[in-house]
Design a protein around this ligand. Sequence first.
Ligand code: F6P
Ligand code: MG
Ligand code: MN
Length: 480
Amino acid sequence: MELDTKTPPYNTGDPTSFAYVSARERWPVIITQGIDDVHRSTWASKDEAAATEGKWIISELARLKYELQHDRELDPIPDDGEADAAAYNRELEALGRPKWHSVPWLYSECYLYRRISSIFKQTQKWKYYDIFARQKMSTFQSSRPAVLELAGRYKNIVTELESKHTIKGAQTQEDLLEAERALFVEMCEICLWGNATDLSLLTNLSYEDIQKLQGSEARKASEKNILVNDLGEAFKILVAAQRSGKKDRRLDIVLDNAGFELFVDLILAGYLLAAGLANTIVLHPKSIPWFVSDVLPQDFAALLVALADPQAFYSQLSDSDKEAGKVASPLSDSDVSNLKFLFEHWSRLHTEGQLVLRPNTFWTAAGSYWRLPKTEPSLHDDLQQSELVVFKGDLNYRKLTGDAAWPASTPFEEAIGPLGPGSGVRVLALRTCKADVVVGLPEGEDERVKATEGGGGDSGARKWAWSGKWAVVQFSNGKA
Ligand SMILES: O=P(O)(O)OC[C@H]1O[C@](O)(CO)[C@@H](O)[C@@H]1O
Ligand SMILES: [Mg+2]
Ligand SMILES: [Mn+2]
């Protein structure tokens, strides 16, 4: 089988890679949490047929976990009625029926979520069940302080832009441009760090930990951890398009996680529309439960429902909070009104077609985005229509770069191959680093960060890139 990139991809058999830890430690925990979730739903179900199927699902998940932990071969995905199983299985054959502990990381991790999905697709009553929905919603609830802080600011900014076409304090056109640029950078950085609360990595995060990651103080302190920051170039592209008088100016966001991250992505989307920096935003969600926290179309709906009646949403307590004897404190009137403003604004943008959700099964295929022009030419064409395509999060970055062991100083444009120069697609990656692959760093930077505490030193492992503490924001102008 032909590799996507000449540079080989990371592999679960490499003890210096985060792939190694992922396959042996992280994935069994994720499956176990999934079993717990199905257990709860099965136990709560009054429908006998659903309960019977629930028990079968649990036994299938337990079998998957056993195979993983005992380093068995990856079995073909059973025929579950979905067209993409064949491509997964062809690739599995081409890889020579690998075992869990020595298989390309990107393929095997995608396969894991596709296998889990196939278990549900084979049932009658659980076909559309999201095994990760509970975790996603409860982490969003834990983000309450940051959500309230941002909702208040958003309402002020958007109201000002929509009623007076300006931003507070801006006297001249230059002031306004500078204010728009500063807000663009700030909102993109909020979107960037919103990704740090990803659930697949932070398997046991406390309420306090989540809050620390999300406040405005934390953001300022983290700016020095953005190793490459191309936001200025991306902003120039949007302004140039606006000034050209072009009527259709679209920006795309290839989404990553639900909950707080989706909330901040929508904050950015609403801002860009209100400021006239774009006039359509296309959001690309996943089609099956994916890497625990990724956005499904129903997560978008669930977020709007939560904001439509925020008091009710925040008065629901998780089981663990109930057990701990916690009580929910009610929201203030102004918090409620700010959140309802968000609900109304986003619902209106959605209804009027300025905020569009566009799923495609390409996003849950096993391969890297090097394959896009060949395997999904219509999606490639579609992305070429956009002024800028923002790729959120770690997995999207791994897929852009083929998850390959590039030298860290490899130019970003080179590492994204067919989506680089000449592709007709402008790529902006907003990525907090949670995996080995990193490109586009200045010479010597990798070594500098390796030498920091916990950075990996000369162990041969790029440990600094596993924690979500460091980030890169990288741009490639495929239309230049
Ligand atoms: O939600 P994100 O940012 O894509 O994070 C998921 C990533 O985190 C991990 O689960 C842990 O590094 C990776 O396997 C995966 O690429
Ligand atoms: Mg992410
Ligand atoms: Mn994710």
